[in-house]
Design a protein around this ligand. Structure first.
Ligand code: FES
Length: 159
């Protein structure tokens, strides 16, 4: 098992990787989010110091882009596409099924921090609708049965 690394240390490594330059702020924020699945406040403070950018500027960028999350999220991010093509193919029923199975609403995280549920508008794979993206995996033509299988697989540590 890898040794746990502190938020500040990891953030400093990310800033360094991008040359410590403030022009790389968005790329730095993207990497921080990839590392922690959200943007911890401590990471924003560390990045602000390391890049010599006022905290308000970093915070502004972090809140401007919807792709960034300031709220702690689960280990697995479940994104249900509710765009038009997926909607007509039953996305609402899938959303309902995920909500009941995980016991959370979109924007919420399970108590065990294993899952965060989100809805998105079109992920560019309309022909495969309804689409659910779990972390970086696209699942197409998702059915109720498939949802149980997907969740079981993740709970068993297989996804
Ligand atoms: S509407 Fe769902 S992928 Fe386009």
């Amino acid at each position: 098992m890898t040794k746990a690394i502190s938020v500040a240390t990891k953030t400093r490594q990310i800033v360094k990787k991008h040359g410590g330059d403030k022009s790389a702020m968005i790329a730095v924020l993207q990497d921080i989010q990839e590392a922690f699945n959200y943007l911890p406040k401590e990471a924003l403070k560390t990045a602000s110091k390391a890049m010599k950018v006022p905290f308000s500027r970093v915070y502004e960028a972090a809140t401007f882009y919807t792709a960034f999350s300031l709220k702690q999220r689960g280990k697995n991010i479940v994104k249900i596409c509710v765009g038009t093509a997926c909607h007509v193919r039953g996305a609402a029923a899938l959303q309902d099924k995920f909500e009941r199975t995980l016991g959370i609403k979109p924007g919420e995280t399970t108590k065990d921090k294993n899952f965060t549920l989100e809805t998105v508008n079109c992920v560019g794979a309309c022909a495969l609708g309804p689409v659910v993206v779990i972390n970086t995996d696209y699942h197409g033509q998702v059915t109720m049965k498939k949802i149980d299988k997907i969740i079981d697989k993740i709970n068993e540590g297989g996804a």
